[in-house]
Write a protein that binds this ligand. Structure first.
Ligand SMILES: C[S@@+](CC[C@H](N)C(=O)[O-])C[C@H]1O[C@@H](n2cnc3c(N)ncnc32)[C@H](O)[C@@H]1O
Length: 336
């Protein structure tokens, strides 16, 4: 028997995925992945679900879920770091598909006291997501509600939800539907977490949604250390981060390649109804370590994007800079 509130991990998710795909011949899984990639490359937004049947969905889950899980986990870590006392009582996973973001929320709050509702228009994705959670140790996942719903301009979400996640979905929607989803999330949620691929286009969608969240009165908690306009000049650069994903042998088989891990690039924003103390800055690139110095590219409230050089002469700060990674806040918090 599972402990009622045991939190899932990337490992539990991989085990659940492996069990799920037991019956699917590797060749069929690989073909479904090819179809999926072609579809996703082709025509999005679509007017009908891309995930049409179980093999599409199983392929999506094996091919993408470990990575989207880690990207959402990283965004939730940033939220937890800024608001450590806050615990959601309810979670709405919009365009939740097979439930990667719901797994990430269950992992981020291992207390497991929240309810989970997943909305998606692809019934096979909901069915497989439900099946996967039966193998999960976490009560919020096992008891999740899986509801078929199209995300359209007249979308109406339940009135009070603590946490809304929209992960890897905005890029599949028309501009009008995107606006409706973000608007409804801003209206109903105490915390909104949006995650997109870490591409220039993914960043632009996050940037646009961020403006909408700020206009609706929310505070930006991460990645930005402020709620003012993004200092990046569109087209010149894009704000994104990377999450390490370990690959199971199944994942390698479906996705090809032999590396034990990969880095999932993602763009994200966390916005809350409540204010929280802001960090001084966030590291926006891999820090560069030179002899006796570390170069940190930072986003700051007052100077926008700036490069900061920390040398040996800075003592403990220099040691901290050597341990600092892309995506971290700077300087480190006392309890980091
Ligand atoms: C790339 S998947 C992401 C799934 C999941 N959130 C994750 O992070 O792994 C996009 C999901 O959005 C759903 N979706 C896309 N357009 C939709 C729409 N108009 N209405 C409802 N769901 C939609 C798809 O069915 C799919 O499950």
């Amino acid at each position: 028997m599972h402990a009622p509130h045991a939190a899932p991990t990337a490992e539990t998710l991989r085990t659940a995925l492996a069990g799920l795909l037991d019956g699917l011949p590797p060749r069929q899984a690989a073909q479904a992945v090819d179809r999926l990639i072609a579809n996703y490359r082709g025509r999005t937004p679509t007017d009908a679900p891309v995930l049409r049947d179980r093999s599409d969905v199983a392929a999506y889950a094996a091919y993408r879920m470990p990575a989207t899980f880690e990207a959402v986990r990283a965004a939730l870590d940033a939220l937890r770091e800024r608001a450590p006392e806050w615990v959601p009582a309810s979670h709405l996973d919009i365009g939740g598909g097979t439930g990667a973001a719901s797994w990430a929320v269950a992992a981020a709050w291992p207390e497991g006291g929240h309810t989970t509702t997943v909305l998606d228009w692809a019934e096979p994705a909901l069915a497989l997501g439900r099946e996967l959670t039966r193998r999960s140790p976490a009560a919020p996942l096992r008891e999740a509600r899986w509801q078929r719903r199209a995300l359209t301009a007249d979308l109406a979400l339940p009135d009070a939800t603590d946490l809304v996640t929209v992960s890897y979905v905005l890029g599949e929607l028309t501009a009008a539907d995107r606006g409706a989803v973000v608007g409804e999330a801003a209206r109903t949620a105490r915390a909104v977490v949006l995650v997109e691929p870490g591409t220039p286009d993914g960043y632009l969608r996050i940037r646009e949604a961020r403006d909408q969240l700020v206009a609706a009165g929310l505070h930006i908690l991460a990645p930005c250390p402020h709620s003012a306009a993004c200092p990046i000049e569109p087209g010149a650069d894009w704000c994104h981060f990377a999450a390490r994903v370990s690959r199971s042998s199944l994942h390698r088989q479906v996705k090809g390649g032999s590396l034990g891990h990969e880095d999932e690039k993602f763009a994200y924003v966390v916005a809350t109804r409540f204010p929280a103390p802001a960090p001084a800055a966030r590291v926006t690139r891999h820090p560069q370590t030179r002899k006796g110095q570390v170069l940190l590219d930072l986003c700051t409230p007052d100077e926008g994007l700036t490069r900061h050089t920390v040398t040996k002469r800075h003592g403990p700060l220099y040691r901290a800079a050597r341990d600092t990674a892309w995506g971290d806040t700077w300087p480190p918090q006392e309890n980091d």
